[in-house]
Design a protein around this ligand. Structure first.
Ligand SMILES: Cc1cc2nc3c(=O)[nH]c(=O)nc-3n(C[C@H](O)[C@H](O)[C@H](O)COP(=O)(O)OP(=O)(O)OC[C@H]3O[C@@H](n4cnc5c(N)ncnc54)[C@H](O)[C@@H]3O)c2cc1C
Length: 300
């Protein structure tokens, strides 16, 4: 409920203007986003690697409305893959398929994803496909399956709140790859998605399902201590690799603590100019972030 309310407010153009054009808004974004340039992202990735953390770089953008924009995003990701290689970073990339043209021209999105998977593959690098709104879930899984069969270096995010997710995990098991398990960040209708505590129960069940599968590498993406404790118990006895993932700027101490205990911890690091929709989802997860921003604006 709270998520839908925050997203309804932040989707208004007046709110967008207020946040993107004020120092307070930019400051809030700076907490969650590495910077606007690839060089900013590389500098942050280096620091995180030095602290013992793995990285996934996300060039911000989604729902392109023009094929040329999708081609530019693909080129930006190719430059990112080259930079990761050049700086010998322990990092991969995370992509949104609507940024590569899905929804506008699905064949073009497939070609763009193919280019990225091919380039990453030459460096032994993996790619994670983010999961977006539910009207894109089926096509996201299909494009993942197509490209994963060809290169074998892809992973995909699965949202615990969607009723369909256990079946999607079984589908992914047939082609293999890594699976980033997250709660889900969008406002979805109750006909297709769990609410409240049910999301947490679904998360734990999917975690058990993934930890029991040798054909996938689970990536448990949460800042929630109860989910983390459940994952640690579920992974007990698992011999195949798995990892934790958290967002840049969220619970830094916990990131370092888990890494210090010997767990692989990957930090999702967004960069680029198109930070507004990403920031709105972070505000919806934690309305205290929205309150912090409003206080800063009102206090001016
Ligand atoms: C690496 C990674 C990748 C993700 N990829 C996707 C994706 O592809 N698709 C998708 O729909 N969702 C994605 N998400 C978002 C996810 O679905 C959740 O919305 C988000 O992680 C919050 O859920 P939580 O499990 O951390 O638990 P919560 O219960 O929301 O948070 C637990 C605690 O973590 C802290 N916390 C959580 N969020 C914030 C925040 N924004 N700011 C400050 N503190 C916070 C708070 O202390 C909170 O009490 C991703 C999350 C991560 C970590």
């Amino acid at each position: 409920m709270m998520r839908s309310a925050v997203l309804a407010v932040t989707n208004r153009s007046a709110t967008r203007k207020l946040i993107t054009e004020t120092t307070a808004g930019k400051k809030l974004a700076g907490r969650f986003v590495a910077g606007s340039e690839l060089t900013d992202a590389i500098a942050v990735a280096k620091q995180l690697n030095e602290a013992g953390l793995l990285v996934s770089l996300d060039y911000l953008g989604e729902h392109v409305t023009d094929p040329a924009e999708a081609a530019r995003a693909t080129d930006a990701y190719l430059a990112c893959i080259d930079a990761i290689e050049e700086h010998s970073l322990d990092a991969n990339i995370s992509v949104k398929l609507t940024q590569l043209g899905m929804g506008l021209d699905d064949d073009a999105a497939l070609r763009n994803l193919d280019r990225l998977a091919s380039a990453a593959n030459t460096h032994g690098m993996s790619i994670t496909i983010d999961m977006e709104e539910s009207d894109h879930t089926e096509m996201t899984v299909r494009l993942f399956e197509r490209v994963q069969r060809k290169y074998g270096n892809l992973g995909i995010a699965i949202q615990a709140y969607l009723f369909r997710s256990p079946e999607d995990v079984r589908r992914i098991g047939r082609v293999g790859g890594h699976v980033r398990l997250c709660k889900g960040a969008y406002a979805e209708p109750q006909e297709i998605a769990h609410r409240g505590d049910d999301v947490e129960a679904a998360f734990d069940e999917l975690c058990d399902q993934l930890m029991g599968m040798s054909e996938v590498k689970p990536a448990i993406a949460t800042h929630d201590d109860a989910r983390i404790a459940h994952a640690l118990a579920a992974a007990d006895g698992r011999e195949d690799p798995w990892e934790f993932q958290m967002l840049y700027g969220v619970r830094r101490d916990r990131q370092l603590e888990l890494a210090g205990q010997g767990h692989d911890m990957r930090i999702y690091v967004p960069y680029g100019e198109a930070w507004y929709p990403y920031l709105t989802r972070r505000m919806a997860e934690r309305p205290a972030n929205m309150a912090f921003f409003l206080r800063a604006v009102v206090g001016k």
